[in-house]
Design a protein around this ligand. Sequence first.
Ligand code: SF4
Length: 335
Amino acid sequence: MDTRVAVAKKALEKNGYLDLEVDPLMDLFAEIERLKREKNAIVLAHYYQDADIQDVADYLGDSLGLSQQAAGTDADIIVFAGVHFMAETAKILCPEKKVLLPDLRAGCSLADSAPADAFKKFKAQYPDHIVISYINCTAEIKALSDIICTSSNAEKIIESLPPEQKIIFAPDKNLGAYLRKKTGRDMVLWNGSCMVHEIFSLEKLTRLKVRHPEAKVIAHPECEEAVLRVADYVGSTTGLLKFAMKDDAPAYIVVTETGILHQMQKNCPEKTFIPAPPDNSCACNDCPHMKLNTLEKLYLCMEYETPEIIMDEQLRLAAKRPIDRMLEISARYGL
Ligand code: SF4
């Protein structure tokens, strides 16, 4: 093996990715396409990835669509352009496939807000409750859950349970509060949140609405309740995209991670999409974890087939059970 590559592989644990120089003249789009063909690989990308990565993906979607794609693919290698829990979910569903993540450090503040030991103690306080966990959690939390959900199917999953069934919802307290209000169900919430969706400023959003009276506000349910209250539409990332495509407003203030604006603009070139302002000095609301992936790192992980997601088999099987329940309920409702 080339010494440069051997050194980069050795430093993988520290860096989280293969720190190798890529020829700046290389056509990365063409190279990634070649590697897909040669290795029977598929690139699955989340809507919050950079535009370049979205454009090179075979499938683009939110957590529900991505896990359905992972479960159904016949590729030998799944390259997951997203964050760690998403690639881990793909590995849980497809143990026989090689699952690659361009940068292993691409974590998630929401998943980190639910450590397994603390959650186990919390769960023990409510023995007659069923645990529904949002897919944005670690494999350990999935293994402690009864059903997994995404923002696309959470409402249907809750409604599929008998009305008297008590529920623990984890890890996102904002999504949980939104669902509790929508479904009227008895739900105990774990106190976790996403750093990107919690940062939107209601004050700045209100000022932006005054400046753009023609624009509708569309928001992700991971946002705080005060922000959701002023939204014209609340939905999952895919839900927001579909709403913008079928609705007739000329402009939208989009209250979620900015990556989705690329697809909105591509699908509705005649409409204006304005990112909602965060409550910090920076004007952007990018997810720093999602944005750790780059086209260069994507190419390198495909070329050298590392970093790879490796899982303990017992944990994988325990985490798979509630995901299977989610996929089965989603299929039943045609989601
Ligand atoms: S946007 Fe929030 S929930 Fe999504 S990966 Fe980033 S930190 Fe996690």
